[in-house]
Design a protein around this ligand. Structure first.
Ligand SMILES: NC(=O)c1ccc[n+]([C@@H]2O[C@H](COP(=O)([O-])OP(=O)(O)OC[C@H]3O[C@@H](n4cnc5c(N)ncnc54)[C@H](OP(=O)(O)O)[C@@H]3O)[C@@H](O)[C@H]2O)c1
Length: 103
């Protein structure tokens, strides 16, 4: 399929913004995230189809990928954007000790 793009992490943030922008530009978008109402809501956008998947579920990934390839056909691009972020304070107790030790 021409102009068909698969986006992971499509249910929020950067992924969701990309889905909205590409859909608005007329691209066909396959939106991927774990099953949820916010993923379902993307179906209201033009040319957007959803394919729920927990990317942590490696056991079922191959079956899912084969089915998606069969159902949707070739992709022009994949935006593998899904992720989580753990932010820690830079100045931890350990970094403070190391700073005090340096000359
Ligand atoms: N925002 C920033 O400042 C920043 C900076 C550096 C890097 N990044 C990276 O850029 C990407 C997007 O960031 P964001 O701020 O837009 O993040 P976000 O709003 O938290 O969105 C993360 C997306 O990943 C999906 N996701 C998380 N775990 C998943 C799983 N196990 N299976 C399937 N989908 C999963 C979430 O969907 P569900 O939870 O609905 O499944 C959601 O759609 C992330 O990889 C992030 O680490 C962001």
């Amino acid at each position: 399929m021409e102009n068909q793009i698969l986006i992971t992490g499509a249910s929020s943030g950067l992924g969701r913004a990309l889905v909205e922008a590409l859909s608005g530009d007329g691209a066909r978008v396959i939106a991927v995230a774990r099953p949820s109402k916010r993923l379902e809501a993307l179906k209201a956008l033009p040319h957007v189809q959803i394919e729920p998947l927990d990317l942590g579920d490696t056991k079922n990934f191959e079956v899912w990928a084969k089915r998606v390839a069969q159902d949707h056909g070739p992709l022009k691009a994949i935006v593998h954007n899904a992720g989580i972020q753990h932010t820690r304070r830079f100045r931890t107790q350990r970094t403070l000790i190391l700073c005090k030790r340096s000359p």
